[in-house]
Design a protein. Sequence first.
Length: 133
Amino acid sequence: MLNLFKAIKTKVQAIYTFVMEYEIDQTCYDTDDMELADIKKLPENQRTGKMLYYLGRCYYYGKGVVQDYKKAAMYWHKGAELGDSDAQFNLGCCYYYGEGVKRDYEEASHWWSKAEEQGNTQVIAALYALKYA
């Protein structure tokens, strides 16, 4: 049974990685054609949750900036607080894997649940992985 769990968990991680790599290759920031520098120049109170989500992706993958998981988690946290379900999902992943933040399954569950409440479909596989962690 343990080997089956490990195989399922590995498959979920592989699928998630594939999807995220495909998405980041498509675009790092797709917020009405705004460039990363333009978003960073905006005052914080003018940044939307989606803008912060894309900034987090840029830092997570090192697209246009030096890769920095802590900054990615910081931007995703801000976006998640503003209600962006993608930021909530990715922040949950940061907590689940301990990337940029201390590993914390309860926090991962909290943010994934927030994303699920908004209908985020990526969270289904993540919640399954968390259930059997």
